[in-house]
Write a protein that binds this ligand. Sequence first.
Ligand code: PMV
Length: 312
Amino acid sequence: MIEAKAPGKVILFGEHAVVYGRPAIAVPLLDVQARASLQPAGAGQGFRIIAPDLNRDFLLGQAEPGDPLASIVRLTLQYLQQTAPAATLTVASTIPLGRGLGSGAAISTAVVRALSQFFRQPLPPAQISALVYEVEKLYHGTPSGIDNTVIAFEQPVYFIKGKPIQRLPVGQPFTLVVGDTGLVSPTHKVVGDLRQRWQKEPRRYEGYFDEIGAIARQARIAIEQELSGVGAIGKLMNENQELLETLGVSSPELEELIAAARQAGALGAKLSGAGRGGNMIALTRPEHSAAVVQALQNAGAAGVIITEVKQN
Ligand code: PMV
C-alpha cells in the first residue's frame, strides 16, 4: 500500500490582497495533515475513491464532472500519462474543512503524491503545486495560488501571484496559536463578495490592497531578521487585521477570539485565510502561549493549535 501526506497552512500576512497581485506570507502548518492511501485492488474493480470525512465513496468512472477529488486524480493520471489502475484511494484529513487552513489543497497534494509514488514517477514540488492549482480553481474560483504553493513546497513562502516561489528565511523562531471559530466559510464566497465591492469602488479597494502589500513587505524583513525580537511581527499582524476588517472579511466571532488572545498577552493577532469564519492566529512569546490557549478556549474557540515556526 502507498501512503502520502501533506500539511495544512496558515497565511500570516496578505490574504485577499494577494488575489490582486500584492505579496503575501504563508507557512506550512505541520501539526495537522491530509493523508491519501492507495491500495491495489483485483483486476476489473475500477478506481474507487473513499473519503470518510466527506461521507463519500464512489468510482472514478461515475464521478460528477468538476468533482474536486475525481479532478485531481484525472489531472494527475493525465500528467503521468497513465490510466486509472484497479485500486482504492482513501483520503482522510485532520485539517478542519473550509476554515482557511488549506484543507482542499492539502488533500489534493496528498493525492498527487500518492499517485506519483504508485507509478514510481516522482514529481518536483513545483509540478505538484501546478496540478493542485488547477483543482483549487474549482474550490476558489480565482485562487492566487498561495495555498498550493506553501503546501506543496512545505516551506515558509513570500508569495506573489504568477511569480516563481520565493522561500522565506526565518531569522528567529516564533510561536503561533491558531484558534478556530468553528464556522465554515467558503473561500469562493468571501472572495466573490469582496470582488463585487472592488468592482464598485476600485480605487478605494486598490488603496487598501496597497496598504496590505506594504505590511507584507515589512513583515518579510521583520521575519528574516535574527535578533530584533518578534514584537514587530505582532504589530504588523494587528495592522493587517485592521485592514481586513475594513475590507469586510472579518466577523464578530473572529474579532472576539482576536481580542481574547491580545488580552491574554499575544503580541499580535489576526484572521487567517478567507475570513468571515474559519481560523485566527495569534503571535505569542512561548511563555504566554498557554494563557493565550486558555483565553481562546474560554472565548469559545472550537479548536486551538500551538505551532512553532522554526528558524531555517
Ligand atoms: O483558502 P483560504 O481560506 O486560506 O483563502 C486563501 C486566501 C485568499 O487570499 C483569501 C484567497 C487566495 O486565493 O489567495
